[in-house]
Ligand binder design. Structure first.
Ligand code: IPD
Length: 261
């Protein structure tokens, strides 16, 4: 793909993710949009999730004919040009009016992330990244935290019903016993975005889906952070563990978690 084709997609996707975030925000005010269907244990989908994903899929398909994989509607997994969308990451928060949710859209070329956009519309925070061009929040360049934070490491540990609860509790216990403070905020995409901004030093989850991380992983690497090879193997189709952190925290995290980057 030529740099011009990629640049066209970057401009298009940023505008689309802004529009999608505004749409989700407006739909929050309409009670019918919040009607939930249950997908699994503590796993819901709202009418807003479906409408936002449909908007993104329709627009991308019409503009470029690229493949799109989405959390709610599925799609291709092995296309050369592949967009991966989570229409609302942090659905639980969205339902409650907690602003920690976002629209996340990543673009992969031959399986490698090239573009990442996250719109936390209720927080007025737009995160953008392009491989080799840096990561930004509302236009301000981002950098992961520095080693000055090593006296007080702060990481988010994500959880879902896809893994046993005891695994999550054990992970938190191991980290906190090693004086690594933990949080859990309910949006994997925004957890990664916060690693990129340096607001937290790392993010770990034993299993997460590609749509939760397709944009955020690029933000982290473009902000100078380290991530595991999430898209290896069957990662796009079936998800994988995710570890993302500032370089100074890598050896501590991999030792505590017994997990290699
Ligand atoms: C979930 C959130 C959560 C993460 C889960 C995801 P959803 O996505 O990102 O933080 O821990 O693994 O499934 O259901 O809110 O789109």
């Amino acid at each position: 793909m030529t740099p011009a084709c990629l640049a066209r997609r970057a401009i298009f996707a940023e505008a689309l993710v802004r529009e999608a975030g505004d749409m989700a925000l407006q739909m929050r005010r309409v009670p019918e949009s919040l009607a939930v269907e249950t997908k699994g244990v503590r796993d819901f989908v709202t009418a807003a999730d479906k409408a936002v994903e449909a908007l993104i899929v329709t627009r991308i398909t019409r503009a470029f004919g690229d493949a799109v994989l989405g959390e709610e509607l599925g799609g291709a997994v092995d296309a050369e040009t592949l967009w991966i969308v989570d229409p609302i990451d942090g659905t639980y928060n969205y339902l409650h009016g907690n602003p920690r949710w976002c629209v996340s859209l990543g673009f992969l070329l031959d399986g490698r992330p090239e573009l990442g956009f996250i719109n936390a519309a209720q927080r007025d925070a737009m995160y953008t990244s392009q491989r080799g061009h840096g990561a930004f929040r509302n236009g301000q360049r981002l950098a992961v935290s520095g080693a000055a934070m090593s006296a007080a490491p702060l990481v988010e540990v994500g959880v879902s019903s896809r893994k046993p609860l005891d695994d999550y509790l054990g992970t938190v216990k191991r980290l906190m016993s090693a004086n690594v403070e933990t949080r859990r905020c309910g949006s994997g995409a925004l957890g990664l975005a916060q690693v990129a901004t340096g607001e937290i030093d790392g993010y770990f989850e034993r299993h997460i889906n590609a749509w939760d991380v397709a944009a955020g992983l690029l933000l982290v690497t473009e902000a100078g952070g380290c991530v595991n090879d999430f898209f290896a193997g069957d990662g796009i189709r079936n998800g994988n563990p995710v570890l993302a952190c500032a370089p100074w925290l890598v050896s501590q995290m991999t030792a505590i978690l017994e997990f290699d980057l």
